[in-house]
Design a protein around this ligand. Structure first.
Ligand SMILES: *[C@@H]1O[C@H](CO)[C@@H](O)[C@H](O)[C@H]1NC(C)=O
Ligand SMILES: *[C@@H]1O[C@H](CO)[C@@H](O)[C@H](O)[C@H]1NC(C)=O
Ligand SMILES: *[C@@H]1O[C@H](CO)[C@@H](O)[C@H](O)[C@H]1NC(C)=O
Length: 169
């Protein structure tokens, strides 16, 4: 399905990170940033403060976008049940979520089964991990891309995190 190999020589660089509370009663982003250590090394820090705890149900929608007069989807959006995924991360239908999640699981407390009763932190997550994961899935090497993620708790969209990146040979 999504898995199409591209030349490993192409370079992915993160250009922007956007965090937005759709429902501001639900919480707030205290931190949402890409920090550049130098030209090649960047990392992501996030602090999502949550007001309505615990979280027992969480759906994540992932959309791969490509820039062409605005960002447009180039694959069907996929929706995953995150709590179910954490119970059984090896399940085959969850393979794409697993790929994304495994890139930051060791830099985050977003790493256990539901319920969640604390803020979500991502600390110095090196973007190079994401670059490697994306390289396995992107069908077209060159261009501007984005990965949109929307979080439904329990079934209403509450927040979104969009990562933007550029791919060059
Ligand atoms: C960028 O910083 C990282 C981490 O400190 C280091 O490993 C890497 O060699 C640096 N790269 C360049 C081009 O300076
Ligand atoms: C996360 O860290 C654990 C323990 O060090 C390690 O076994 C695991 O492979 C790491 N996971 C990823 C996806 O890097
Ligand atoms: C999740 O991450 C936190 C913070 O890094 C760590 O203390 C905890 O042991 C991790 N839990 C699991 C199940 O890996």
């Amino acid at each position: 399905m999504w898995k199409i190999w591209v030349f490993l020589s192409c370079h992915v660089s993160f250009t922007n990170l956007k965090c937005e509370m759709i429902d501001s009663n639900f919480g707030s982003f205290e931190i949402c940033r890409i920090k550049a250590v130098n030209r090649t090394h960047k990392y992501i820090d996030l602090h999502l403060k949550l007001n309505k705890l615990p979280i027992n149900t969480l759906m994540v929608k992932l959309e791969a976008m490509r820039f062409d007069n605005g960002y447009r989807p180039f694959f069907t959006a996929m929706k995953f049940n995150f709590c179910q995924y954490m119970k059984n991360p090896q399940h085959r239908s969850m393979i794409f979520l697993k790929e994304i999640h495994s890139t930051f699981v060791n830099a985050s407390n977003f790493n256990h089964t539901c319920p969640y009763n604390h803020d979500i932190l991502v600390d110095k997550f090196w973007t190079g991990n994401l670059e490697q994961a994306f390289l396995q899935y992107l069908p077209v090497p060159n261009g501007e891309y984005a990965l949109y993620s929307t979080y439904y708790i329990p079934n209403k969209p509450r927040l979104l995190i969009n990562a933007y990146f550029k791919i060059k040979n």
